[in-house]
Every structure is written in structure tokens, then in C-alpha cells.
Design a protein around this ligand. Sequence first.
Ligand code: ADP
Ligand code: TRP
Length: 311
Amino acid sequence: MQRLLTGVQPSGTTHLGNYFGALRPFVSMYKEYESMLMLADYHALTTLKDHAELRENVMNAVRDYIAIGVDPKQATIFQQSSVPAHTELAWILECQVTVPFLMQAHAYKDKVAKGLEANAGLFCYPMLMAADILMYDTDVVPVGIDQKQHVEYAREAAAKFNTAYGETFKEPKEMVLRDSATVPGTDGKKMSKSYGNTIPLFGTKDEIHKAVMAIVTDSKGESPENVYAIHRLVKDESEIATLYKSNKGKYKVVKDALADDIDAMVAPMREKRESISDADVIKILKDGAERAREQAEAKMEIVRQKVGVTI
Ligand code: ADP
Ligand code: TRP
């Protein structure tokens, strides 16, 4: 079986864009691989400074994945920080690549272009991600298009190490989730936490309704495009087409229908999510960490010998 690893930055409330772009694709394919789902808490540390929030975000991200149907027995779910070998390997990889190479990474470049101060963690971010991936001889890495470059960086780091020390790391392939740029937010732009235009996946019925009512509509047209664009993801498109045809100009009717349809889709997952206790999440993470640590330690023994620190 091929190995799959993906990472999630635990950075806030999961929205419909995350669901259709990342969570649902993961659920639909993870059983075809030996899968690892990693909560990238040390990556989150490059921007998040609130300890309670980071902890809460990690717990919630695990709940989200279990609620949508991931079986923790079939996928190794773990926190990046619980396998310290990741930061150890990141250091070793940082010693293989150059500063100009890291300066070309989008995450760093974008921050600098906005005039923001990038910390050294953000600068080295791609090598921590490379360590996450290379540690487990990963074959495929499902990511949104924005992360494609980071997987290329992992390949490059593997190649550099292999050239210097002999064949050690497998070169991973990205699996770009094509839908990932497409879920529009309430203002028609890409749905994103940073634009404040999200519809929460696990919101209450009222919260979902409120977010849907806030979808910006163009009063000139007969069919509200932004509402339709989200609706077609939630329900069969032929049913939607009929609904919109017979309710031309009736924006409230179609918005009510969309809110009801989102709620119906989410209800069983929300119920499951509410049944997951903190203790359940802690147990899942503990089991996952044990499995991941065992594999990581075996790999690191080889790596340490190759670089020459094993006496
Ligand atoms: P945000 O833009 O809200 O900060 P993230 O960057 O944390 O979201 O995204 C986490 C995952 O969800 C990524 O894999 C990303 O590709 C996916 N994703 C985020 N927003 C959308 C969207 N609007 N449509 C499709 N996928 C999305
Ligand atoms: N950088 C990724 C993101 O922000 C998260 C991540 C960390 C990741 N390590 C990874 C994704 C390893 C895939 C593989 O979305």
C-alpha cells in the first residue's frame, strides 16, 4: 500500500471551503492508502501566539475529522509536536538547502511583500514541512494548490540529502485537490477565514442561516449567482437548477432553501461531533503519536548514522 500524509494547520473554525476543498476529499480517499493525518501545531506557532487557542484548535481539528467520518484506527492521527524527531529532521534538512532557495517560498515572500515581519520559523517553514513528509517515506501528499510549492521543496530537500549522503528519502508527489480554490464565500471571493466571508461547517442551524442570509447578491440578475455557486456543492445540481428556475427573483426563498440544505447535510456530522469528548480526542492523539513516533525513530536512526552523529 502506498503511503499518504497530509497536514492541517489548526488555525480556527472549519468552514464550508475547508470541507469541500480538504476534509471531504481526505475522507473519500484515505482508506486507499496507509494514511497519516498530522496536526501541524508547530507550523501554527509561526503565527499563533495564544496557547489556549492553539490547544483548542488542535482539539477541534481532530473532532472535525472524526465527525466527518475518519476512523482513527485506519488513519494515524497525531500532533506534529508529539514527534520531536520532526524538528530534529527539519534542522538537518535546513543544513542542506540555501537561504536564496528558502527566500523563494511563497509563504515567506507573501509576508515580506505585505511589509510584515517574518519570523525565522516562517522562513524555515518549508523544511519543517519537508521533514513531516520525508520522515515516513510518504508517496502522496494531498494539498490545496497553495501548498504545491512546499511539496516541491520537500522533493528538492530529499534529492539534496540523497546526493550528499546516499539514497535515504523517497521523493514524494503532491496530489493537488483541484476543487480547493473554488468554494466562494459570502462575498463571492474565495471563502477564507482571513476574508471574514465564511459559512461555518459545524455552526448551529441559526448560525448557518445567518451566514447564508449575508451572501451578497446582485439585485440586477434574476438568479443570485453567489448563492447558486454554493448551493450546487451541497445538493444535486439538477434539483438546484429547477429550484432556481421556478423562483426567479425570489432571493429569500432560495437562500432559505440553501440554509436548510446545508443544515441537513451537516446535521448528522454535527451530532457525531458533539458526542466526541476531550478524553476521546486525547486518546486518539496519544495512540497516533505512539504509532508515528515508532516509525519516525526508525527513520531517524538511519539519518543520524548517515550524517555522522551516531557514535
Ligand atoms: P483559510 O483560507 O480559511 O485560512 P486554510 O488556508 O487554513 O483556509 O485552508 C485549509 C484547507 O482548506 C486547505 O487545504 C485549502 O486548500 C482548503 N480551502 C480553504 N478555503 C477553501 C475554499 N474556499 N475552497 C476550497 N478549499 C479551500
Ligand atoms: N503547510 C500546510 C498548510 O498550511 C500544513 C502542513 C504542514 C502540511 N505539514 C504538512 C501539509 C505536510 C501536507 C504535508 O496547509
